[in-house]
Design a binder for this molecule. Structure first.
Ligand code: 0GY
Length: 291
């Protein structure tokens, strides 16, 4: 693991908020263990191992039933740790893979059988080298044939440039972490309004209302400045939002969140039972467990 890398919280607190039965943590990762599933040579960081057993333990402890595991950049296009976790989950996990231009039908079919339901396109420069957009269009065409969708990760200032690309993609698109808005700028800032407008105009665009720990400037344990942003998206688009822990929280530098505190954010962004049910159960089940 990198010298300055912060490992996940060793003993998160029990949240006060109890998720509804069947709740899905729709954004989390598994790392390694490196001895079995080595990290990719081209990775930009080396994390601490965060194996599937730890993830499933956390799922149960926090009161969740299922996980959507997102392939992390430190594993590159080698999805073996992800697929292993999906197979071990007993149908309680689905996956988002990362693939290259040459991915073939058989490889996709194998991942589909294990529970992969999408791929991630990552535009965050500190995490990956740039991929040409025609390569992404080629991948999109291949995965659309499986009924998969695309998860995109970018930073707010890059959205304006990405809009035509996103609009041209053929599948549902799930945006990570609300497009990483600048929380200090407030919900009325043009960058966040651009994202809200995009979701309003395009019913195929969903958002994860995730990562107070990454985005907040006011900080733990209550991450108050995150609330108006998450609330705005849940209020406007109750049927196109997902929630997740982001465990094991790669590349945190300010602090390592207590996952129990993150769960306690949920009723602040989704105050009604109907919103909580949509956010935690109905939406992820529709997107990930339709088959
Ligand atoms: C996240 C965020 C980060 C890392 C990754 O795949 C990754 O390496 O997603 C980050 O560093 O912001 O969603 O886990």
């Amino acid at each position: 693991m990198d010298a300055n890398y912060m490992p996940f919280h060793p003993s998160p607190s029990k949240p006060s908020y109890r998720p509804p039965a069947g709740a899905v943590d729709a954004h989390c990762h598994v790392f390694g263990p490196a001895a079995v599933f080595p990290y990719a040579p081209q990775r930009k960081y080396t994390p601490c191992d965060a194996p599937r057993e730890k993830l499933f333990e956390l799922r149960d402890f926090l009161g969740f039933s299922r996980n959507v595991i997102v392939q992390a950049t430190c594993h590159g296009h080698d999805n073996r740790a992800l697929v292993d976790a999906l197979k071990a989950s007993g149908d309680r996990a689905r996956g988002i893979a990362s693939v290259g231009a040459n991915v073939g039908h058989d490889e996709l079919a194998e991942m589909d059988a294990a529970g992969v339901r999408g791929v991630r396109f990552n535009f965050v420069k500190r995490l990956v080298d740039a991929t040409p957009r025609d390569v992404y269009f080629g991948i999109a065409e291949k995965i659309a044939a499986f009924g998969w969708h695309i998860v995109v990760y970018f930073e707010a200032p890059d959205l304006a440039d990405l809009v035509p690309f996103l609009e041209a993609l053929p599948t549902v698109i799930v945006v990570d972490h609300m497009g990483r808005p600048d929380l200090a700028a407030g919900v009325d800032h043009p960058d966040f309004r651009r994202f809200v407008d995009l979701m309003a105009k395009n019913e195929k665009i969903w958002s994860k209302v995730t990562c107070p720990e990454r985005l907040s400037l006011s900080g733990p344990p209550t991450y108050d400045d995150f609330v108006p942003f998450g609330r705005e998206l849940v209020r406007l688009f109750p049927d196109r939002v997902l929630w997740g822990t982001d465990w094991p929280h790669p590349n945190m530098t300010t602090h390592m969140p207590d996952d129990g505190h993150l769960v306690d954010m949920i009723p602040r962004i989704a105050p009604s039972e109907a919103e909580q049910r949509a956010l935690l159960v109905d939406n992820p089940m529709r997107l990930y467990w339709a088959r």
